[in-house]
Design a protein around this ligand. Structure first.
Ligand code: SAM
Length: 201
């Protein structure tokens, strides 16, 4: 990774100048809505050119597009190039795992002339999302926040008992499921979540 030829990666700072401010506000709002106060080490999957590093210091961004990772690094945010379908992290590495804008057609890297290009791939969405959620939960210690409107339709059954909150915009998993189910959720709220998931099937 450190041997990467960053000199060959185009600079995209100008292109995303306006988006930076917008993203900062949006990320703050999402965290507020989900009731999350970040702490410890945070992984931002599909981080894009800005990442949650603009609102919290200890963030590592992860994205398949080298330009985005270069942009993060220019702004003093740590970033790793990689495919979300191959997360090279040990169990419980991060306190929080966040993903804003999970693509339903993930990019894959394909050779193009002397270089590479990144093209969206048709995948089996259900199993792709199930594997992704499995992995996020595996590498998180505390919570996993995935912000994606279409995702809510594909929430995997097997992690249902870890859902702390779900809305049409995001899902928040809490690894301490007993705490969530027994102490945090009222019967009424639990029923509402169940109904929401049921409707989304
Ligand atoms: C909708 S954008 C969201 C970007 C960022 N989270 C934000 O909210 O500004 C989706 C991101 O997913 C990244 N992406 C797409 N396929 C990927 C893959 N296979 N592995 C890692 N990142 C991927 C894209 O490069 C892009 O940055």
């Amino acid at each position: 990774m450190d041997n990467y030829d960053w000199g060959k990666v185009p600079d995209i700072s100008d292109k995303f100048k306006d988006y930076r401010k917008f993203a900062e506000e949006a990320f703050k709002e999402y965290l507020k809505k989900a009731g999350i106060k970040l702490s410890g080490l945070v992984l931002d999957l599909c981080c894009g050119p800005v990442s949650f590093g603009v609102v919290y210091k200890n963030v590592i961004g992860y994205d398949i597009i080298p330009e985005f990772i270069k942009e993060l690094r220019k702004n003093g945010i740590k970033g790793i190039i990689g495919d979300i379908r191959e997360l090279p992290f040990e169990d419980k590495t991060f306190d929080y795992v966040i993903c804003c804008g999970l693509p339903l057609r993930p990019y894959k890297k394909v050779k193009c002339g002397d270089g590479f290009k990144y093209v969206p791939e048709d995948v089996n969405v259900k199993s792709y999302i199930e594997n992704f959620v499995d992995d996020c939960i595996r590498i998180a210690k505390k919570k996993v926040l995935i912000i994606s409107v279409p995702l809510v339709r594909y929430l995997p059954e097997k992690h249902r008992d870890k859902i702390e909150k779900v809305t049409y915009q995001y899902v928040l998993y809490n690894k301490n499921k007993f705490f969530v189910l027994k102490n945090r959720l009222s019967k009424k709220r639990r029923k509402r979540i169940e109904e929401m998931i049921e409707k989304s099937r």
